[in-house]
Ligand binder design. Structure first.
Ligand code: NAG
Ligand code: NAG
Ligand code: NAG
Length: 225
């Protein structure tokens, strides 16, 4: 039994390692697939039942999940220009590495958005534009890198993204993405509405995702059963 637990821990560690390695460059599908195969196989093991994930709010947005956002108005994807270290734009018609954001889950609706070069999305500092969305922060330690994903009741993959300043992101043009929208419509023509694509094959379903997903109050009860 001990041996088996050790082996599982090893596999979990490996999955994390592969996932981290995969993050470092432009998205590389071969590495992603390897992690998934290990992960799914691992989950068949009894001590971590797939049903453990069922009660997690927004369980399709676990820590580490990769997502892409297409502006319904422009029909283009949000992109961290140069993979990070620069502005966030919306001028790509297809989504690859720079258009993929890895979610660090703060709680059920709040996330840090990690871009291809491992920096985080945030807002430009006051004076330099303030509301412009950039991806140049080395850490997500301040509240300025925390965004809320607000899902549409009828279509959970239709979202709006609330920035740390309390306002919503909007893609007013392909090269201007700012956090200054105050409306509330869900029309396609609304510059703050995005179609969220979840790269489900990239999702890691491990012990950390369970505890982080349930949060500090509920996780201890779940993990005890
Ligand atoms: C997107 O916009 C940025 C900033 O203006 C520009 O540097 C880049 O070349 C554009 N990319 C495409 C594919 O239009
Ligand atoms: C990385 O991906 C972006 C778009 O996602 C692309 O424009 C760029 O050429 C890629 N860079 C490399 C080195 O593959
Ligand atoms: C989630 O985190 C955000 C940002 O830290 C916080 O403002 C919010 O109150 C939290 N929500 C819950 C339900 O804990």
């Amino acid at each position: 039994m001990n041996n088996r637990f050790f082996f599982l821990s090893l596999v979990v560690a490996l999955c994390h390692y592969v996932a981290v390695a995969e993050e470092s460059g432009n998205s590389s599908s071969s590495l992603t697939l390897r992690a998934v195969n290990l992960g799914n196989w691992l989950l068949i093991e009894g001590w971590m039942k797939p049903s453990l994930f069922d009660g997690i709010p927004n369980k399709d947005l676990l820590d580490g999940t990769q997502v892409q956002f297409m502006s319904t108005k422009l029909q283009t994807y949000l992109s961290a220009e140069h993979g990070g270290g620069s502005i966030v734009v919306a001028n790509r018609t297809t989504a690859r590495g720079w258009e993929t954001f890895r979610l660090w889950r703060v709680n059920e609706t709040f996330f840090n958005f990690r871009v291809a070069n491992k920096q985080f999305m945030g807002l430009e500092s006051e004076g330099e534009g303030g509301n412009n969305v950039v991806a140049n922060s080395d850490s997500a330690s301040s509240s300025m890198e925390t965004f809320q994903i607000v899902r549409n009741d009828g279509d959970p993959n239709r979202v709006r993204i609330r920035a740390p300043n309390g306002l919503f992101l909007q893609a007013t043009s392909e090269t201007k993405v700012s956090a200054d929208y105050e409306g509330s419509s869900w029309e396609d023509s609304d510059p703050s509405v995005f179609k969220m694509i979840i790269l489900t094959e990239s999702t890691i379903r491990g012990e950390y995702q369970i505890t982080n997903g349930y949060g500090p109050e509920k996780a201890p009860q779940i993990m005890r059963v």
